[in-house]
Design a protein around this ligand. Structure first.
Ligand SMILES: Cc1cc2nc3c(=O)[nH]c(=O)nc-3n(C[C@H](O)[C@H](O)[C@H](O)COP(=O)(O)OP(=O)(O)OC[C@H]3O[C@@H](n4cnc5c(N)ncnc54)[C@H](O)[C@@H]3O)c2cc1C
Length: 373
């Protein structure tokens, strides 16, 4: 039986970013149930990087991560990890008053936003229906993330540093001999001094396998559809479109249009699939806000966004077992925050200084500690 310092459970962006940042500092194994890495949430995201999203803590994680995306280490990837996209925030006439109030608040946070006339908004996103639109502003600070290149950068860097990555190796059971965890996977038993729970939507049940108390991390299903665009729409220059109340968002994706009804339905962890009703809502929103008619849906999918009770990530040793470490609850921002959270988790695990970005931003890692629950 092989023994490691650290066993990371879960081969999604969380587990693999951590493996990358741990590098050669410890002997590390990543244990993933599926044949393909990134098969679950990581492979189903909208690939969006934004600086203003969710809570102030998540905005800070994005700002810390930005440096890595803009200047990845030598040899990490051959392509830019962020591609400028820009974003429009839109509202219909019923919501105009709240839209103005929202714009005033957001303008107080950044001088990057531009209030647009209806004509200006339609010129930026020609599919928009002027009769739907009442308010719009442009935020240049939206980017597309090259998720596959990011994931492969983590994987290759981790492997170069000697990390073992076991696929098709679902963890079925575990026991503690006092010094090591003995982890039964589908194919073998692996021993490790310390375990990291990076199993996304399965984080709570995984803790149960190790006799650790759950935190209350709940997966929520989110749906996306891909539709063909009318001729003549340039997807390279078209911004992402977000509705004021997050009723839907629309975003160019590989030459087509990704539409999500921004659903957030609590679900059991698993290979979640789209429900017809959510697909119908996505098509309805697209037809309401734009001049497009949905004749054919090229692809549909759904994935899990998993939230702790306060919707912040959970990073640190379990209160009831210091040899069980949580790296979970990244909700709808796990890709964009992976450089910051992977590096933070690695520093906590090896006992080195927290990454400089956290210190500079005044963000204490204790904010994410499992002990807060
Ligand atoms: C539709 C959608 C849009 C999104 N858009 C964005 C976005 O634009 N930007 C952004 O930053 N984030 C976005 N997200 C969120 C992002 O995808 C997640 O936060 C992130 O992928 C979570 O990564 P993870 O590694 O924790 O989970 P996962 O990628 O799900 O990885 C967990 C892994 O653990 C494995 N596992 C579970 N149990 C076991 C076990 N017992 N043994 C071994 N392995 C196990 C699973 O097989 C899985 O591969 C979106 C999510 C969805 C669904």
């Amino acid at each position: 039986m092989q023994t490691y310092d650290i066993a990371i459970l879960g081969g999604g962006i969380a587990g693999l970013s951590l493996a990358y940042f741990l590098g050669a500092s410890r002997s590390v194994v990543v244990i993933e149930r599926e044949e393909n890495l990134g098969y679950h949430s990581t492979g189903r995201s909208a690939a969006e990087f934004v600086l203003r999203y969710n809570s102030p803590e998540v905005c800070t994680l994005a700002a810390i991560s930005r440096d890595f995306f803009d200047h990845p280490p030598e040899g990490f990837t051959g392509v830019p990890l962020l591609v400028p996209r820009g974003g429009l925030m839109i509202a219909n006439a019923e919501k105009l008053e709240r839209f103005e109030a929202h714009f005033t608040v957001e303008q107080g946070k950044t001088d990057k936003l531009t209030r647009l006339s209806i004509d200006e908004a339609v010129a930026m996103a020609t599919i928009l229906d002027p009769s739907y639109l009442a308010g719009a502003y442009h935020d240049p600070e939206f980017w597309d993330i090259e998720v596959e290149s990011l994931l492969q950068g983590y994987v290759k860097g981790a492997r170069r540093a000697g990390v073992d990555i076991r696929q098709k190796a679902g963890v079925m059971a575990a026991r503690d001999d006092g010094r090591h965890w003995l982890i039964d996977t589908e194919g073998e038993t692996i021993s490790a001094r310390l375990v990291v729970n990076a199993t996304g939507g399965w984080a709570d049940p995984t803790a149960g396998l190790f006799g650790v108390a759950p935190i209350g991390i709940v997966p929520h299903r989110r749906t996306a559809i891909l539709v063909d665009l009318p001729d003549g729409v340039d997807t390279r220059t078209m911004p992402e479109i977000n509705e004021l109340d997050d009723e839907f968002y629309i975003k160019p994706d590989a030459g087509r249009l990704l539409v999500s009804p921004a659903d957030e339905t609590p679900c059991e962890p698993g290979d979640v699939q789209p429900e017809e009703i959510d697909v119908a809502w996505a098509a309805h929103h697209l037809e309401t806000a734009t001049t497009m008619e949905v004749r054919r849906i090229a692809r549909t999918w759904a994935g899990m966004r998993s939230f702790a009770p306060d919707r912040l990530p959970v990073v640190g040793p379990a209160s009831d077992n210091p040899r069980f470490f949580w790296l979970a609850g990244q909700g709808g921002y796990g890709i964009l925050s992976s450089p910051a959270l992977g590096a933070l988790a690695a520093s906590l695990l090896i006992g080195s200084e927290v990454p400089a970005g956290f210190t500079r931003a005044g963000l204490a890692p204790t904010v994410f500690s499992p002990g807060r629950f």
